[in-house]
Design a protein around this ligand. Structure first.
Ligand code: ZN
Ligand code: ZN
Length: 207
């Protein structure tokens, strides 16, 4: 089994959940790094990388903060505070989560394209999936050959037609004349529509 194949299973799980498979892998990267940072705060390798990084970007600092760990934060920030002038005045923050996400975007998009070309079940599952978010669609599309580009467009077009009918159903369900059982997928279609533009997974799958 090659490294690409390892990622395909996670991406297929995301497709079954109607999520962008590449956003799902980004989420796993964030989760793994932040958990390991907090749980291995005294591990030399991690701490050295942390000190060199100068800390997290605002988005990821807030994300880690939401996950608490008073002692973990205390140790991590003591490491930075003693060097604050150099970090702040020279703007030396090189967020390690952002760094991992940038690397992951390349690896994951290559794995995705490898799967479409070489793993028929992956390709089949993708063809009935909810497609990709805008950012990941563009990354993959720009690296794809003409044949794959046309496949990507077809899948995305079908996914948007389905989304559009769910949005229509959502509006019908919100009409005061609507009676009967509400479709839960349609009820959350507005969030899915926004996530196609913004990237990200449904709240329950987030870090
Ligand atoms: Zn995505
Ligand atoms: Zn960051």
């Amino acid at each position: 089994m090659n490294l690409y194949q390892l990622k395909l299973g996670d991406m297929e799980e995301a497709m079954q959940l109607n999520e962008c498979p590449l956003c799902f892998l980004d989420e796993a990267v964030k989760k793994m790094y932040l958990n390991r940072l907090i749980n291995n705060v005294l591990d030399d390798g991690y701490r050295e990388e942390w000190q060199e990084s100068g800390g997290l970007c605002p988005e990821h600092a807030l994300l880690l903060l939401e996950h608490g760990s008073a002692t973990g934060h205390a140790i991590l920030y003591q490491d930075l505070i003693h060097n604050w002038q150099d970090i702040w005045l020279n703007n030396k923050i090189n967020c390690p989560v952002c760094k991992r996400l940038t690397e992951n975007k390349q690896d994951a998009s290559k794995a995705f394209m490898w799967g479409i070309k070489n793993a028929p079940t992956f390709k089949e599952r993708y063809s009935t999936s909810a497609g990709l978010c805008k950012e990941h669609f563009n990354i993959v599309y720009n690296q794809a050959d003409v044949e794959m580009q046309s496949f990507l467009i077809t899948v995305q077009e079908r996914a948007f037609q389905e989304l559009n009918s769910k949005l229509t159903l959502l509006l019908r369900q919100h009409d005061y004349n609507f009676q009967g059982k509400k479709d839960p997928e349609a009820a959350k279609a507005w969030r899915k529509a926004a996530r196609y533009w913004s990237s990200g997974v449904e709240k329950k799958w987030r870090v």
